[in-house]
Design a protein around this ligand. Sequence first.
Ligand code: G3P
Length: 221
Amino acid sequence: MKIFLDTANVDSIKKYNDMGLVDGITTNPTLLSREKGNPAEIMRQIVKIVKGPVSLEVVGTTAEEMLEEAHRLKKYGPNVVVKIPMIADGLKAVKKLKSEGIETNVTLVFSANQAILAAKAGAAYVSPFIGRLDDAGQDGMALIREIVQIFKNYEFGTNVLVASVRHPLHVIDAGKIGAHVVTLPPEILGKMLTHPLTDKGLSAFLSDWEKVKKENPNLAI
Ligand code: G3P
């Protein structure tokens, strides 16, 4: 399972990238709007920090606008994946970009039908938003199960990228289903990293070791 960070926050990206946990990044206009500074500069920095794929999203809504933006974004670095909304013009842009060797991530996917069409158009990734489906009273993870099964049945080369992840259990469920990628807000990756029993256990080890040191003042390990 690949782990991407779903953020445009450079400090968080550096923090988890230094631990070897970041296989890639996904951003979107909302995530960029939360950061201070020039968004173009932020995107350039992210593309340099992370070796893996970095999804940068277009904001145009016609195929022509999306293609123009895609070509500009692709100049940020070879690892840029162009994020395209799941609309008819978006799929037209996906097909053209695929023919040019440019990878795309089709975003705002909310049904298995949309995922099939994005894959047929040539997307490298499809991004079903499971948390937003859960929020709307639908079962987001059931959608992942459907898409993974359909893609397996027909050996589609498109990666299922689980987006809009809300908690660590989503990650475990996505892994059990066999989704290729989960993209996580940094807070969720932080939650996956910690466990109260780890902290309690470490604290006991350290205090017991203090006792050992008191009994062996010259001890060095
Ligand atoms: O990358 C987009 C997706 O993960 C958004 O998540 O939390 O805004 O529903 P959210």
